[in-house]
Design a protein around this ligand. Sequence first.
Ligand code: KG4
Ligand code: ZN
Length: 336
Amino acid sequence: MEDRYILAIESSCDETSVAVLKNEDQLLSNIIASQVESHKRFGGVVPEVASRHHVEVITLCIQDALAEAGITAQDLSAVAVTEGPGLVGALLVGMAAAKAFAWANGLPLIPVNHMAGHLMAAREQGALTYPLLALLVSGGHTELVYVEKAGAYRIVGETRDDAVGEAYDKVGRVMGLSYPAGREIDILAHKGQDRYHFPRAMIKEDNLEFSFSGLKSAFINLHHNAQQKGEELVSEDLCASFQAAVLDILMVKTKKALEKYPVKTLVVAGGVAANQGLRERLAKDIQDVEVLIPPLRLCGDNAGMIALAAAVEYEKGNFASLDLNAKPSLAFETIE
Ligand code: KG4
Ligand code: ZN
Protein backbone atom coordinates (compact mmCIF):
# COMPACT_ATOMS: atom_id res chain seq x y z
CA MET A 1 0.00 0.00 0.00
CA GLU A 2 1.13 3.52 -0.76
CA ASP A 3 2.19 5.67 2.17
CA ARG A 4 -0.30 8.28 3.33
CA TYR A 5 0.81 11.71 4.52
CA ILE A 6 -1.49 14.18 6.28
CA LEU A 7 -0.53 17.79 6.94
CA ALA A 8 -2.40 19.18 9.98
CA ILE A 9 -2.86 22.76 11.15
CA GLU A 10 -3.78 23.86 14.70
CA SER A 11 -4.43 27.48 15.70
CA SER A 12 -7.31 27.38 18.20
CA CYS A 13 -5.62 29.32 20.99
CA ASP A 14 -2.07 30.54 21.55
CA GLU A 15 0.03 28.00 19.67
CA THR A 16 0.46 28.03 15.90
CA SER A 17 1.32 24.48 14.95
CA VAL A 18 1.72 22.40 11.79
CA ALA A 19 2.52 18.68 11.67
CA VAL A 20 3.02 15.93 9.12
CA LEU A 21 1.79 12.42 9.92
CA LYS A 22 2.85 9.37 7.92
CA ASN A 23 0.27 6.57 7.84
CA GLU A 24 -1.38 5.77 11.19
CA ASP A 25 0.97 7.09 13.84
CA GLN A 26 4.35 8.25 12.57
CA LEU A 27 4.73 11.95 13.31
CA LEU A 28 7.44 13.15 10.93
CA SER A 29 7.26 16.74 12.15
CA ASN A 30 5.31 18.79 14.68
CA ILE A 31 6.30 22.48 14.52
CA ILE A 32 4.94 24.53 17.45
CA ALA A 33 5.25 28.32 17.53
CA SER A 34 4.14 29.30 21.02
CA GLN A 35 2.90 32.82 21.72
CA VAL A 36 3.00 32.36 25.45
CA GLU A 37 5.72 34.97 26.03
CA SER A 38 3.57 37.55 24.27
CA HIS A 39 0.47 36.82 26.37
CA LYS A 40 2.32 36.55 29.69
CA ARG A 41 2.38 40.31 30.20
CA PHE A 42 -1.45 40.34 30.09
CA GLY A 43 -1.81 37.36 32.44
CA GLY A 44 -3.82 35.39 29.86
CA VAL A 45 -4.49 34.99 26.15
CA VAL A 46 -5.64 38.16 24.37
CA PRO A 47 -7.68 36.89 21.38
CA GLU A 48 -6.81 39.69 18.95
CA VAL A 49 -3.10 39.39 19.73
CA ALA A 50 -3.35 35.63 19.22
CA SER A 51 -4.90 36.00 15.75
CA ARG A 52 -2.19 38.42 14.66
CA HIS A 53 0.60 36.11 15.76
CA HIS A 54 -1.01 33.20 13.92
CA VAL A 55 -1.08 35.24 10.70
CA GLU A 56 2.58 36.13 11.12
CA VAL A 57 3.91 32.59 11.45
CA ILE A 58 1.46 30.16 9.86
CA THR A 59 3.05 30.07 6.40
CA LEU A 60 6.51 29.56 7.87
CA CYS A 61 5.20 26.77 10.09
CA ILE A 62 3.75 24.97 7.04
CA GLN A 63 7.09 25.25 5.22
CA ASP A 64 9.03 24.05 8.27
CA ALA A 65 6.71 21.10 8.86
CA LEU A 66 7.11 19.90 5.26
CA ALA A 67 10.89 20.46 5.31
CA GLU A 68 11.38 18.63 8.60
CA ALA A 69 9.24 15.75 7.34
CA GLY A 70 11.38 15.64 4.19
CA ILE A 71 8.39 15.74 1.84
CA THR A 72 6.70 18.23 -0.50
CA ALA A 73 3.06 19.20 -0.98
CA GLN A 74 2.88 16.71 -3.88
CA ASP A 75 3.41 13.81 -1.48
CA LEU A 76 0.41 14.72 0.69
CA SER A 77 -2.90 12.86 0.77
CA ALA A 78 -4.93 15.40 2.78
CA VAL A 79 -4.89 18.59 4.83
CA ALA A 80 -6.46 18.57 8.31
CA VAL A 81 -7.44 21.59 10.35
CA THR A 82 -8.84 22.34 13.80
CA GLU A 83 -12.45 23.34 13.20
CA GLY A 84 -13.16 24.20 16.86
CA PRO A 85 -13.59 24.71 19.75
CA GLY A 86 -11.40 27.73 20.33
CA LEU A 87 -11.06 31.46 19.77
CA VAL A 88 -12.90 32.37 16.58
CA GLY A 89 -10.27 34.75 15.18
CA ALA A 90 -7.47 32.31 15.95
CA LEU A 91 -9.33 29.36 14.41
CA LEU A 92 -10.09 31.38 11.28
CA VAL A 93 -6.40 31.92 10.53
CA GLY A 94 -5.67 28.18 10.53
CA MET A 95 -8.89 27.52 8.62
CA ALA A 96 -8.04 30.02 5.87
CA ALA A 97 -4.49 28.68 5.57
CA ALA A 98 -5.70 25.05 5.41
CA LYS A 99 -8.37 25.81 2.81
CA ALA A 100 -5.97 27.79 0.62
CA PHE A 101 -3.32 25.07 0.87
CA ALA A 102 -5.84 22.30 0.13
CA TRP A 103 -7.27 24.18 -2.86
CA ALA A 104 -3.89 25.13 -4.29
CA ASN A 105 -2.66 21.53 -4.08
CA GLY A 106 -5.89 19.75 -4.97
CA LEU A 107 -6.08 17.98 -1.59
CA PRO A 108 -9.11 16.94 0.47
CA LEU A 109 -9.79 18.90 3.67
CA ILE A 110 -10.40 17.12 6.98
CA PRO A 111 -12.14 19.00 9.83
CA VAL A 112 -10.94 17.99 13.32
CA ASN A 113 -12.41 18.71 16.74
CA HIS A 114 -9.62 20.09 18.97
CA MET A 115 -10.70 17.86 21.89
CA ALA A 116 -10.63 14.78 19.64
CA GLY A 117 -7.08 15.85 18.88
CA HIS A 118 -6.14 15.93 22.58
CA LEU A 119 -7.66 12.47 23.03
CA MET A 120 -6.10 10.96 19.91
CA ALA A 121 -2.62 12.15 20.90
CA ALA A 122 -2.64 8.86 22.84
CA ARG A 123 -2.57 7.01 19.49
CA GLU A 124 1.05 7.96 18.99
CA GLN A 125 2.09 5.11 21.30
CA GLY A 126 0.12 2.57 19.27
CA ALA A 127 -3.39 1.51 18.29
CA LEU A 128 -6.16 2.13 20.83
CA THR A 129 -8.62 -0.55 21.91
CA TYR A 130 -12.29 0.40 21.94
CA PRO A 131 -14.52 1.09 23.68
CA LEU A 132 -12.50 3.43 25.89
CA LEU A 133 -13.04 6.28 28.30
CA ALA A 134 -11.12 9.53 28.28
CA LEU A 135 -10.62 12.21 30.89
CA LEU A 136 -9.88 15.40 28.94
CA VAL A 137 -8.42 18.21 31.02
CA SER A 138 -7.31 21.44 29.38
CA GLY A 139 -7.43 25.20 29.78
CA GLY A 140 -10.91 25.38 28.27
CA HIS A 141 -12.44 21.96 28.96
CA THR A 142 -12.89 19.29 31.59
CA GLU A 143 -14.84 16.34 30.30
CA LEU A 144 -15.26 12.60 30.47
CA VAL A 145 -15.67 11.14 27.00
CA TYR A 146 -16.88 7.67 26.04
CA VAL A 147 -15.46 6.45 22.73
CA GLU A 148 -17.37 3.41 21.55
CA LYS A 149 -15.34 3.05 18.37
CA ALA A 150 -12.74 5.08 16.50
CA GLY A 151 -14.04 8.58 15.85
CA ALA A 152 -17.29 8.23 17.87
CA TYR A 153 -16.90 10.65 20.78
CA ARG A 154 -19.67 11.15 23.37
CA ILE A 155 -19.50 13.34 26.48
CA VAL A 156 -20.69 11.48 29.58
CA GLY A 157 -19.75 14.18 32.10
CA GLU A 158 -18.26 17.65 32.12
CA THR A 159 -17.67 20.73 34.23
CA ARG A 160 -20.57 22.96 35.13
CA ASP A 161 -18.35 26.00 35.38
CA ASP A 162 -14.57 26.45 35.14
CA ALA A 163 -12.22 24.07 33.36
CA VAL A 164 -9.49 22.62 35.55
CA GLY A 165 -6.65 24.35 33.65
CA GLU A 166 -8.53 27.63 33.94
CA ALA A 167 -8.71 27.15 37.72
CA TYR A 168 -4.94 26.51 37.84
CA ASP A 169 -4.27 29.67 35.84
CA LYS A 170 -6.63 31.81 37.94
CA VAL A 171 -5.23 30.77 41.31
CA GLY A 172 -1.74 31.15 39.86
CA ARG A 173 -2.56 34.71 38.92
CA VAL A 174 -3.74 35.47 42.47
CA MET A 175 -0.45 34.07 43.77
CA GLY A 176 1.49 36.27 41.35
CA LEU A 177 2.74 33.37 39.21
CA SER A 178 3.13 33.89 35.48
CA TYR A 179 0.67 32.56 32.91
CA PRO A 180 0.06 29.66 32.35
CA ALA A 181 0.55 28.62 35.98
CA GLY A 182 -0.28 24.90 35.90
CA ARG A 183 3.26 23.61 35.73
CA GLU A 184 4.62 25.91 38.43
CA ILE A 185 1.76 25.07 40.82
CA ASP A 186 2.44 21.37 40.18
CA ILE A 187 6.13 21.85 41.11
CA LEU A 188 5.34 23.89 44.24
CA ALA A 189 2.64 21.40 45.26
CA HIS A 190 5.23 18.63 45.41
CA LYS A 191 7.12 20.61 48.07
CA GLY A 192 4.12 21.30 50.33
CA GLN A 193 1.38 19.72 52.44
CA ASP A 194 -2.42 19.79 52.12
CA ARG A 195 -2.86 22.05 55.17
CA TYR A 196 -5.68 24.31 54.00
CA HIS A 197 -8.26 21.63 53.14
CA PHE A 198 -10.18 23.21 50.30
CA PRO A 199 -13.68 21.93 49.40
CA ARG A 200 -14.11 19.03 46.96
CA ALA A 201 -17.29 20.08 45.17
CA MET A 202 -19.85 17.46 44.17
CA ILE A 203 -17.69 14.43 44.92
CA LYS A 204 -20.46 12.84 46.98
CA GLU A 205 -23.04 13.38 44.25
CA ASP A 206 -23.84 10.43 42.08
CA ASN A 207 -23.14 12.05 38.73
CA LEU A 208 -20.19 12.61 36.41
CA GLU A 209 -20.19 16.39 36.63
CA PHE A 210 -17.33 18.56 37.82
CA SER A 211 -17.27 21.99 39.42
CA PHE A 212 -14.14 24.04 40.09
CA SER A 213 -15.46 27.55 40.64
CA GLY A 214 -16.10 26.97 44.38
CA LEU A 215 -12.57 25.69 44.84
CA LYS A 216 -11.20 28.70 43.01
CA SER A 217 -13.28 31.08 45.16
CA ALA A 218 -12.24 29.33 48.38
CA PHE A 219 -8.60 29.74 47.35
CA ILE A 220 -9.02 33.41 46.44
CA ASN A 221 -10.91 34.16 49.70
CA LEU A 222 -8.27 32.50 51.84
CA HIS A 223 -5.56 34.40 49.99
CA HIS A 224 -7.28 37.79 50.28
CA ASN A 225 -8.23 37.34 53.93
CA ALA A 226 -4.65 36.44 54.81
CA GLN A 227 -3.37 39.46 52.92
CA GLN A 228 -5.75 41.77 54.77
CA LYS A 229 -4.72 40.38 58.12
CA GLY A 230 -1.07 40.55 57.13
CA GLU A 231 -0.70 36.79 57.60
CA GLU A 232 1.83 34.83 55.59
CA LEU A 233 0.56 31.82 53.69
CA VAL A 234 3.02 29.13 52.66
CA SER A 235 2.93 29.01 48.83
CA GLU A 236 3.99 25.38 48.67
CA ASP A 237 1.21 24.38 51.07
CA LEU A 238 -1.33 26.50 49.20
CA CYS A 239 -0.42 24.77 45.95
CA ALA A 240 -0.37 21.33 47.57
CA SER A 241 -3.82 21.96 49.08
CA PHE A 242 -5.25 23.24 45.80
CA GLN A 243 -3.80 20.39 43.80
CA ALA A 244 -4.95 17.76 46.33
CA ALA A 245 -8.53 19.04 45.99
CA VAL A 246 -8.34 19.08 42.17
CA LEU A 247 -6.91 15.56 42.03
CA ASP A 248 -9.47 14.17 44.50
CA ILE A 249 -12.29 15.56 42.35
CA LEU A 250 -10.79 14.26 39.09
CA MET A 251 -10.11 10.80 40.54
CA VAL A 252 -13.53 10.35 42.18
CA LYS A 253 -15.40 11.28 39.01
CA THR A 254 -13.13 9.24 36.74
CA LYS A 255 -13.59 6.16 38.91
CA LYS A 256 -17.36 6.70 38.87
CA ALA A 257 -17.25 6.90 35.07
CA LEU A 258 -15.25 3.68 34.89
CA GLU A 259 -17.91 1.96 37.03
CA LYS A 260 -20.69 3.17 34.78
CA TYR A 261 -18.82 2.47 31.54
CA PRO A 262 -16.62 -0.57 32.13
CA VAL A 263 -13.79 -0.35 29.59
CA LYS A 264 -10.25 -1.67 29.41
CA THR A 265 -8.55 1.62 28.50
CA LEU A 266 -8.57 5.07 30.09
CA VAL A 267 -6.97 7.91 28.15
CA VAL A 268 -6.02 11.03 30.11
CA ALA A 269 -5.16 13.95 27.85
CA GLY A 270 -5.10 17.73 27.41
CA GLY A 271 -2.71 20.35 28.79
CA VAL A 272 -3.37 19.37 32.42
CA ALA A 273 -2.44 15.74 31.63
CA ALA A 274 1.15 17.04 31.89
CA ASN A 275 0.54 17.33 35.65
CA GLN A 276 2.91 15.06 37.57
CA GLY A 277 0.61 14.88 40.58
CA LEU A 278 -2.21 13.64 38.35
CA ARG A 279 0.08 11.05 36.75
CA GLU A 280 1.13 9.81 40.19
CA ARG A 281 -2.48 9.54 41.39
CA LEU A 282 -3.53 7.67 38.25
CA ALA A 283 -0.69 5.18 38.72
CA LYS A 284 -1.62 4.68 42.37
CA ASP A 285 -5.43 4.66 42.18
CA ILE A 286 -6.28 2.98 38.86
CA GLN A 287 -5.28 -0.66 38.66
CA ASP A 288 -7.66 -2.72 36.57
CA VAL A 289 -7.67 -0.47 33.54
CA GLU A 290 -4.82 0.42 31.17
CA VAL A 291 -4.09 4.14 31.57
CA LEU A 292 -2.72 5.90 28.48
CA ILE A 293 -1.33 9.41 28.77
CA PRO A 294 0.21 11.09 25.72
CA PRO A 295 3.89 12.03 26.03
CA LEU A 296 4.47 15.52 27.48
CA ARG A 297 5.25 17.07 24.08
CA LEU A 298 1.77 16.03 22.86
CA CYS A 299 -0.20 17.15 25.96
CA GLY A 300 -0.27 20.90 25.25
CA ASP A 301 -1.76 22.25 22.04
CA ASN A 302 -0.01 20.94 18.92
CA ALA A 303 -0.90 19.92 15.37
CA GLY A 304 0.52 16.41 15.79
CA MET A 305 -2.54 15.47 17.83
CA ILE A 306 -4.80 17.00 15.17
CA ALA A 307 -3.08 14.85 12.54
CA LEU A 308 -3.50 11.71 14.66
CA ALA A 309 -7.24 12.40 15.03
CA ALA A 310 -7.47 13.28 11.33
CA ALA A 311 -6.15 9.85 10.34
CA VAL A 312 -9.31 8.37 11.87
CA GLU A 313 -11.53 10.88 10.04
CA TYR A 314 -9.69 10.02 6.79
CA GLU A 315 -10.65 6.37 7.26
CA LYS A 316 -14.25 7.44 7.88
CA GLY A 317 -14.20 9.52 4.70
CA ASN A 318 -15.03 12.66 6.67
CA PHE A 319 -13.98 15.36 4.21
CA ALA A 320 -15.25 18.94 4.18
CA SER A 321 -15.93 21.29 1.30
CA LEU A 322 -14.14 24.61 0.99
CA ASP A 323 -17.03 26.49 2.63
CA LEU A 324 -16.07 24.90 5.97
CA ASN A 325 -16.23 27.49 8.74
CA ALA A 326 -14.58 27.75 12.16
CA LYS A 327 -16.85 26.62 15.01
CA PRO A 328 -15.75 28.32 18.27
CA SER A 329 -18.14 26.27 20.45
CA LEU A 330 -17.89 22.95 18.66
CA ALA A 331 -18.64 20.16 21.14
CA PHE A 332 -19.07 16.39 21.13
CA GLU A 333 -22.59 15.06 21.49
CA THR A 334 -23.64 14.46 25.10
CA ILE A 335 -25.17 11.22 26.35
CA GLU A 336 -26.63 10.38 29.76
O1 KG4 B 1 -4.64 21.80 26.28
P1 KG4 B 1 -3.98 23.09 26.53
O2 KG4 B 1 -2.56 23.27 26.08
O3 KG4 B 1 -4.80 24.26 25.90
C1 KG4 B 1 -6.21 24.24 25.83
O4 KG4 B 1 -6.75 23.58 24.91
O5 KG4 B 1 -6.80 24.83 26.75
O6 KG4 B 1 -4.06 23.35 28.10
C2 KG4 B 1 -3.49 24.46 28.71
C3 KG4 B 1 -3.70 24.36 30.20
C4 KG4 B 1 -3.33 25.63 30.95
O7 KG4 B 1 -4.42 26.01 31.76
C5 KG4 B 1 -2.12 25.21 31.79
O8 KG4 B 1 -2.01 25.89 33.03
C6 KG4 B 1 -2.42 23.74 32.00
O9 KG4 B 1 -2.92 23.31 30.77
N1 KG4 B 1 -1.21 22.98 32.38
C7 KG4 B 1 -1.07 22.35 33.56
C8 KG4 B 1 0.21 21.78 33.57
N2 KG4 B 1 0.81 22.06 32.38
C9 KG4 B 1 -0.08 22.80 31.66
N3 KG4 B 1 -1.91 22.24 34.60
C10 KG4 B 1 -1.51 21.54 35.66
N4 KG4 B 1 -0.28 20.97 35.76
C11 KG4 B 1 0.61 21.05 34.74
N5 KG4 B 1 1.81 20.47 34.86
ZN1 ZN C 1 -6.03 22.31 23.85
